[in-house]
Design a protein around this ligand. Structure first.
Ligand code: 3PG
Length: 307
């Protein structure tokens, strides 16, 4: 009987684990669960007899794949797959998939939650501000940005997007303004929210010039990836511009330095929380399980990302 491993350093909700197991066991597979592991060695051992692997942001490099001679498919239950070495997977004839859109609403809701916490001054009793009437600029217009726009529209925000990756027509069709450049997006909005994936082009692409150009009192929100920020540039710009705030679901590598330099203007979650809801876990986890069954039984490769 083929074995499927769920390996999640940051566990899914129990409902999601139960649902994934039901789908896979009903299809005739044995399910192994490795949660909250702290050492790579635990993953290397667990993956040894797995034909399929479900992960979240767990780092899956060539060493992990080499330790899994039976592995045919890896599904990243989520959107971003920068944690998986696609070149190694392709060389080893392992199919890699993601589950796009499944956890997007959860991330979008977190952005709103973090923003309200921020503009109400961390609920410290002083007078804050409101989202209504503020300009929200979205860098990229994928599933998270689209959900965020939908919610922000309900708050009465003025929404625009610059999408270096997608056809701007999707922004127009959704009824929002198209911004022609990243620079204009940063200059014009009260709040800029980042929704680009981590790629060689986007890594360290948000730095001093863009951040320093933000309008007075602006807020930069990052629920995408830590490495799209040029941290030195961010810290320099925010040291000079003491009116700016940085809100993030991804702690900076220079976290301690940022806390020291920026104080309350650096708002962060203790652990990456964007997709951490029961609903998002169920959506992404069950989609991953179904994709594995469809692939192993019928060779279906929808959502393959290493083509
Ligand atoms: C994603 O890419 O889907 C999100 O960043 C969520 O990541 P997580 O599953 O590690 O919470």
């Amino acid at each position: 009987m083929s074995k499927i491993l769920i390996a999640t350093e940051k566990p899914f909700s129990p409902d999601a684990v139960g649902g994934i197991k039901d789908i896979l066991q009903f299809a005739g597979y044995e399910v192994k669960l490795l949660e909250s592991y702290t050492e790579k060695a635990q993953l290397l051992e667990a993956v040894a007899d797995a034909a399929a692997l479900i992960v979240r942001s767990d780092k899956i490099d060539d060493e992990v794949m080499a330790a899994a001679p039976e592995l045919k498919i890896i599904v990243r239950a989520g959107a971003g797959y920068d944690n998986i070495d696609l070149t190694a997977a392709t060389q080893r004839h392992i199919v890699v998939m993601n589950t796009p859109g499944q956890n997007a609403n959860a991330v979008a809701e977190l952005v709103i939650g973090l923003l309200i916490f921020t503009i109400r001054n961390r609920f410290n009793g002083t007078s804050g501000t409101e989202l209504k009437g503020k300009k929200l600029g979205l860098l990229a217009f994928g599933a998270v940005a689209q959900n965020l726009a939908r919610i922000a529209h309900g708050f009465g925000m003025d929404i625009s997007s610059h999408s270096p990756l997608d056809n701007p027509q999707s922004i127009i069709d959704a009824g929002y303004h198209v911004v022609e450049s990243t620079r204009a997006l940063f200059e014009d909005n009260h709040i800029v929210s980042l929704h680009v994936p981590s790629t060689p082009t986007t890594r360290r692409s948000i730095g001093y010039d863009l951040i320093h150009s933000m309008r007075k009192g602006a807020i930069l929100v990052n629920t995408a990836r830590q490495d799209i920020i040029d941290e030195e540039g961010l810290l320099r710009a925010m040291t000079e511009r003491t009116d700016l705030r940085y809100v993030s679901d991804l702690k900076l590598e220079a976290h301690d330095k940022a806390v020291e330099l920026l104080g309350d203007r650096y708002i962060f979650t203790p652990k990456k929380m964007g997709a951490q809801t029961k609903e998002a876990n169920v959506n992404a986890g069950l989609a991953a399980a179904k994709q594995i069954v469809a692939f192993l039984k019928d060779g279906v490769k929808t959502f393959q990302v290493n083509k």
